[in-house]
Ligand binder design. Structure first.
Ligand code: XUL
Ligand code: CO
Length: 435
């Protein structure tokens, strides 16, 4: 048992009027909304790294958090697991996510590291027999250790590719054994700092080979979860190969993997790519590769991936709009890839962060459901494109007319189109009614 959360009890829904700071005001997991429990729409997950491994450091100073499991090797890792599952219960989380190095210390060799990860995996398996918290996804950290400074799969040294493969095999198998519903590959340092020492085409071939090996192994062991790539444009490498959803799709298609892999889209990463979060979701959904979400936000002034907890229900409403339109995230969910700030020292701060995130998602979800139920938003979108449903529009789209025939039609019918208002502010007002 751990007394890390001494004095704290499970966070409950108390409604918007509640003054209890350790209650949900909007997140009501069992509320049926658009035919489904709220929790089943959101499928929220706790990120092991940010909540239990993060130390509160920044480039100007080290650790601010004092956690009784820090610097204590495997004994510390066991205590950390104890604390993590106690937290899952306090916040009533249906899912969690982890990297191998978050859960267990690295050993002197791959075999030793993997053994440590497996030992904590056994602790998880035991805990999961009685906990309701399931595994949303597992992943391997192929970016922190110095061996990966020039990338993992895209490293010029094939032995590093091989080492990374050994790490991924272990975490993929553990993810499968723990019933994980997805396996995530974030590019980490798969990118480059300078072209002066980099062969882009060669590195992308390596990356595709690595991904193919992962897919093949997943199939071999009977893993039926989603394989997800998490796009990010920069940080840590100056140029990341998984820049954004469109770039990832181009990569997948080039190597024939677009039907096997989807995207895990992170709010802050979208923003760094110069996109809005909903843009990335809309693009992914239209390409059939919207798989899961990393929920957070960036500090808008810093231009850095700050991983704050989400606090913008309007942004989340537009996100949920695209998710609901494609019928949900399926096996995906909303992983809180978010950390409390370095001054947020106390155990209860972890609860405040997640309450903020969950209440924000709940408000976003409700807003999107109301927007869709109202119908005007969708109707206006349909009306804007209605010209394509019949006549000239339909014929051009169906390839029934050549360029010359279209040109002749314009002259024959004296077509002289008049611009129409895009009604942006009208639509912004419309959305505001529901968020
Ligand atoms: C890094 C990031 C990662 C991935 C998992 O920016 O988002 O935590 O989500 O490796
Ligand atoms: Co992430």
């Amino acid at each position: 048992m751990t007394d890390f959360f001494k004095g704290l009890s499970q966070v409950k829904f108390e409604g918007p009027e509640s003054r209890n700071p350790l209650a949900f005001r909007h997140y009501n997991k069992d509320e049926i909304i658009a035919g489904k429990r709220m929790e089943d729409h959101i499928r929220p997950a706790i990120a092991y790294w940010h909540s239990f491994a993060q130390e509160g450091g920044d480039p100007f100073g080290g650790r601010t958090f004092e956690r009784p499991w820090f610097d204590k090797g495997m004994e510390g890792a066991r205590l950390k697991a104890e604390v993590a599952f106690a937290f899952f219960e306090l916040i009533d989380a249906p899912f969690f996510c982890f990297h191998d190095v978050d859960i267990a210390p690295e050993g002197a060799t791959l075999a030793e590291s993997n053994k440590n990860v497996r030992a904590i995996g056994e602790v998880f398996a035991k805990k999961m027999e009685t906990s309701r918290t399931k595994l949303l996804w597992g992943t391997a950290n192929l970016f922190s250790n110095r061996r990966y400074m020039a990338g993992a799969a895209t490293n010029p040294d094939p032995e590093i590719f091989a080492y990374a493969a050994g790490q991924v095999k272990n975490v993929l198998e553990l993810t499968h054994e723990l019933g994980g519903e997805n396996y995530v590959l974030w590019g980490g340092r798969e990118g480059y700092e300078t072209l002066l020492n980099t062969k882009i085409g060669r590195e992308q071939d390596q990356m595709a080979r690595f991904l193919t090996l992962v897919i093949e192994h997943a199939e071999k062991i009977g893993f039926t979860g989603q394989i997800l790539i998490e796009p990010k444009p920069q940080e840590p490498s100056k140029h990341q190969y998984d820049y954004d959803v469109a770039t990832v799709y181009g990569f997948l298609e080039k190597y024939g993997l677009e039907k096997k892999v989807k995207c895990n889209i992170e709010v802050g990463h979208a923003f760094l790519a110069g996109h809005s979060f909903e843009h990335e979701l809309a693009v992914a959904s239209s390409l059939g590769i919207l798989g899961s979400v990393d929920a957070n936000r960036n500090d808008l002034q810093s231009g850095w991936d700050t991983d704050h907890f989400p606090n913008n229900p309007g942004e989340m409403a537009l996100a949920f709009y695209y998710i609901l339109k494609q019928g949900g995230l399926g096996k995906g969910g909303f992983n809180f890839d978010a950390k409390v700030r370095r001054q947020s020292l106390d155990a209860e701060d972890l609860l405040h962060g997640h309450i903020l995130g969950l209440d924000t998602l709940a408000r976003g979800l409700k807003g999107a459901v109301a927007l869709i139920a109202d119908g005007e938003f969708d109707r206006r979108l349909d009306e804007r494109y209605a010209g394509w449903n019949a006549g000239l529009g339909r014929d051009m789209l169906d390839g029934k007319l050549s360029l010359a025939e279209i040109a002749a039609r314009v002259e024959r019918d004296n077509i002289n189109p008049q611009p129409r208002s895009g009604r942006q502010e009208y639509l912004e007002n419309l959305v505001n009614r529901f968020v």
